[in-house]
Design a protein around this ligand. Structure first.
Ligand SMILES: C[S@@+](CC[C@H](N)C(=O)[O-])C[C@H]1O[C@@H](n2cnc3c(N)ncnc32)[C@H](O)[C@@H]1O
Length: 176
């Protein structure tokens, strides 16, 4: 138990809200350009603070709700056909200006594009989750790792399970 406590306190040191650590590098953000994203809903999870969220969701983790807003509710139709879904979300509380990061807070850095850190120029998070059930305008799933009320960008079938419904086209057969 003591070992676990030690691990937990070490882990807490490595979680942050938005501070810059020794060795990390931030840049001036270019002016924001509207990429035309639409939040299609919000994610309801048990976690109110980044100090509590899992680093990556687990498929035996708590049931979370993808609450879909109108006019997108009819788009839920058919998701219950799949065991696993890919959820794409906007990690809205992340800083976006860091190019080198020190995940272990030990002055050793890695480039942002070599990490799955929430801190990135466009803070998009993705998780493969277990489908649980549909309840009204909500899709219930397990396997998320985001804060309560995180904006939802998209939901798709897991690509391993999905066979395109549309007829094949030339590029499907191209090799090399
Ligand atoms: C490491 S990211 C992984 C996200 C996603 N599974 C991925 O790989 O793209 C998960 C962490 O992001 C942070 N986080 C979760 N929700 C957030 C939000 N809405 N805004 C900012 N950070 C968030 C939490 O610290 C959480 O542990």
């Amino acid at each position: 138990m003591e070992a676990l406590n030690g691990l937990l306190s070490l882990d807490q040191d490595m979680v942050r809200e938005g501070d810059v650590r020794e060795g990390e590098v931030i840049v001036d953000m270019p002016p924001a350009r509207d990429a035309g994203l639409v939040f299609i809903g919000r994610i309801r999870t048990p976690w109110k603070s980044r100090l509590e969220t899992p680093r990556q969701g687990r498929q035996d983790g708590p049931v979370c709700k993808l609450e879909i807003f109108e006019p997108w509710v009819p788009a839920i139709k058919g998701v219950d056909f799949y065991e696993n879904l890919e959820v794409i979300y906007w990690l809205h509380q992340s800083r976006r200006d860091m190019v080198l990061q020190s995940p272990k807070n030990n002055q050793k850095t890695r480039g942002t594009f070599s990490l799955r850190s929430p801190v990135r120029p466009n803070p998009i998070g993705t998780s493969i989750v277990k489908f649980v059930k549909i309840e009204g305008n909500c899709i219930l799933v397990r396997g998320l790792d985001c804060l309560d009320e995180t904006p939802l960008l998209d939901v798709k079938p897991d690509r391993c399970e999905f066979t395109p419904l549309a007829p094949p086209q030339a590029g499907d057969f191209e090799t090399e």
